[in-house]
Write a protein that binds this ligand. Structure first.
Ligand SMILES: Cc1cc2nc3c(=O)[nH]c(=O)nc-3n(C[C@H](O)[C@H](O)[C@H](O)COP(=O)(O)OP(=O)(O)OC[C@H]3O[C@@H](n4cnc5c(N)ncnc54)[C@H](O)[C@@H]3O)c2cc1C
Length: 283
């Protein structure tokens, strides 16, 4: 039985309509297509999948409108060397009435297929993506942010999760106090979030020569050393969301466990691999 038989996601064929360099590490790519009016704007940290062709163009079988269960089968049937790379991105800014979507790409160095595509994207370029159809229901599909009754939240992110932070912060009610921990390669990259972090407590840790995710993990540890016991005492009124390099995630979870914060009050997620990513067969 396919893991995707209940997925609300379908394929969209889009065209680049604009690109904008936001900072040294980020480019915003605007995608347009009539059918993007059907892309559900769930916002927050809503995940979509993008496909990057390994050869000049996409295999013919991957067409707009295919449901995820079907496109996954088509995708797997493409010979290895021609099978498009799949990567996860955040659809934090979907504009259904305009048939548009912005994706903010962090430009890894060296580039992988997705960041390399974004660095060279020009108006007229094509991108196939998979995201939820507005009429399919399941508004939580691909959304991990679940603060429940929390009035105190900790959000920790490296650059790959800035678009999710950008989607999440405006959703916080006036009674919610947030601390935002950001790892950054350059201060100007963290500054791209200034408009949404304003009014919240923000700490930026510059990576320097460290491996991705190590500075953020240390920042989470420092924060918990100071505030962890109080956060644990809040029970359901505390919630943490942390996303960074995959190999750091076990340690991040451990840090929360050490101060006895209940695991269900913490969402941690590997957002990228500090090595070429494996081809994904599941979500
Ligand atoms: C739910 C979710 C949402 C996300 N949203 C976003 C988003 O909105 N924006 C965003 O920027 N990212 C986002 N990410 C992260 C994004 O999916 C990863 O960063 C993605 O893997 C980048 O793909 P890539 O093809 O550019 O790099 P990959 O091929 O995945 O490479 C990853 C790393 O390996 C390195 N690498 C690749 N090839 C080599 C090589 N030959 N030698 C040495 N090193 C190499 C790259 O430099 C990079 O550091 C999200 C992830 C998840 C899980």
């Amino acid at each position: 039985m396919s893991a995707f038989r209940n997925s609300p996601n379908i394929l969209f064929e889009t065209t680049v309509t604009a690109t904008r360099r936001l900072s040294p590490g980020f480019v915003r790519v605007t995608l347009g297509d009539e059918r993007l009016r059907d892309l559900a704007p769930h916002q927050l940290d809503q995940r979509i999948k993008i496909m990057l062709p390994t050869t000049g163009d996409y295999p013919a079988g991957l067409r707009a409108g295919l449901p995820e269960q079907v496109w996954r089968r088509e995708w797997r049937s493409v010979p290895d060397r021609e099978r498009p790379w799949l990567r996860s991105y955040t659809a934090y800014r979907t504009r259904p009435t305009a048939g548009e979507l912005d994706l903010d790409f962090y430009l890894h160095q060296p580039h992988g297929p997705a960041s390399g595509w974004a660095a060279g994207a020009r108006p007229g370029g094509r991108l196939i993506l998979s995201g939820p159809h507005v009429q399919a229901g399941q508004p939580r599909y691909g959304v991990q942010w679940e603060p429940g009754p929390a009035t105190r939240v900790l959000i920790a992110a490296d650059e790959t999760a800035y678009p999710a932070v950008r989607g999440i912060l405006p959703s916080l009610g006036p009674g919610v106090r947030a601390t935002v921990l950001l790892e950054a390669g350059a201060a100007a990259d963290a500054a791209t979030l200034d408009d949404v972090t304003a009014g919240h407590s923000v700490e930026v840790g510059l990576r320097g020569g460290a491996r991705g995710g190590t500075v953020l993990t240390a920042m989470v540890g420092d924060w918990l050393a100071e505030h962890g016991a109080a956060a644990a005492g809040l029970g359901n009124h505390f919630y943490a969301w942390a996303a960074t390099e995959s190999s750091r995630i076990t340690q991040v979870r451990q840090l929360f466990a050490e101060v006895r914060i209940a695991p269900e009050r913490v969402h941690t997620q590997g957002y990228w691999h500090d090595r070429p990513a494996r081809e994904e067969v599941a979500d």
